[in-house]
Design a protein around this ligand. Structure first.
Ligand SMILES: C[S@@+](CC[C@H](N)C(=O)[O-])C[C@H]1O[C@@H](n2cnc3c(N)ncnc32)[C@H](O)[C@@H]1O
Length: 274
């Protein structure tokens, strides 16, 4: 089979997907270990048996709605290509807003010590740590698979101002107060029992479900920041959690609480200043 024929076959097998030709190209490029552009300049090159089988296997996985990012082990975030594998949440474009807001908050208030709870693949802390080499980042996750992803990406981008901890919340810091200036997190915030659409089935439930109500981890992060005297908290949240987070925050004497929206104009997160 020629590259050209493999692409036609792949695209026809993925006809249910809106970007079927692009996806076939991404899968074939990955099967061959080349950039996509190579396919266009080698249309008439034959595939060896091994590559052909590998490609058809990728197509089969995609037909079952496995996210393409897990198959090609790559995901783009903030214009960088991160490694991603099963066990870590696939970064969402809306999380780029959290990065922008964290950047503004850090720069405006001259913050230095940043903590992240639930680093996953590392996209938030690594993106920020690359842009802000004089800041010090410490991040936790309870999942070894997620931490493996974060470790691979930390090495890939040679980020030396980030330390990873296998820990729940900020337990790694032993409850010390005033250690951090900012806490960022995109924690699990889906309500337990919510029936997920098919592709989300492939993502780790530990990264998705936040408890019976869904906002339990978010509320705990607010508690933590208050008790550990962390002046700023920026979190992503569910589109329907603005009211419950607002109500929860009322038990504290905070300076400022601002909610932000995502590109679809849905409520998506908050910046809390104590
Ligand atoms: C929604 S994912 C976010 C991953 C990444 N920060 C991102 O934005 O793509 C949440 C992450 O929090 C981790 N997690 C869940 N509960 C945690 C806890 N109590 N302490 C630390 N990490 C936790 C999960 O393993 C998962 O990697």
């Amino acid at each position: 089979m020629l590259i050209k024929e493999a692409l036609q076959l792949g695209a026809s097998k993925l006809a249910n997907f809106s970007r079927n030709l692009l996806e076939a190209e991404l899968l074939l490029a990955y099967a061959l270990g080349v950039e996509r552009i190579y396919l266009h300049t080698h249309f008439l090159e034959p595939l060896d048996d091994f590559t052909q089988k590998r490609f058809l296997n990728f197509i089969k996985r995609r037909q079952k709605y496995e996210p393409i990012e897990y198959i090609i082990e790559k995901v783009s975030f903030y214009s960088n290509e991160f490694y991603i594998s099963h066990g870590a949440l696939i970064p969402r474009p809306e999380s780029e807003i959290l990065v922008d807001l964290a950047l503004q908050t850090i720069q405006k208030n001259n913050l230095k010590n940043i903590a992240e709870v639930g680093i996953g693949s590392g996209i938030l802390s690594i993106t920020l740590a690359k842009i802000l080499p004089s800041c010090i980042f410490q991040a936790s996750d309870i999942s070894s698979e997620a931490l493996f992803n974060a470790f691979v990406n930390k090495e890939k981008f040679q980020v030396s101002n980030l330390t990873l901890h296998k820990s729940a919340y900020l337990d790694f810091n032993g409850g010390k107060k005033k250690s951090f200036d900012l806490l960022i997190s995109n924690p699990p915030y889906i309500k337990e029992g919510f029936i997920l659409p098919k592709p989300l089935d492939y993502e780790p439930s530990i990264a998705l479900f936040g408890g019976k109500r869904g906002d339990e981890i978010l509320c705990h992060l607010i508690d933590l920041a208050y008790f550990l005297e962390i002046p700023f908290v920026i979190c992503e949240m569910g589109y329907d959690q603005k009211e419950s987070i607002y109500n929860y925050a009322q038990k504290f004497n905070y300076k400022n609480l601002v909610f932000y929206k995502d590109l679809a104009q849905l409520d998506r997160g908050f910046i809390l200043e104590f």
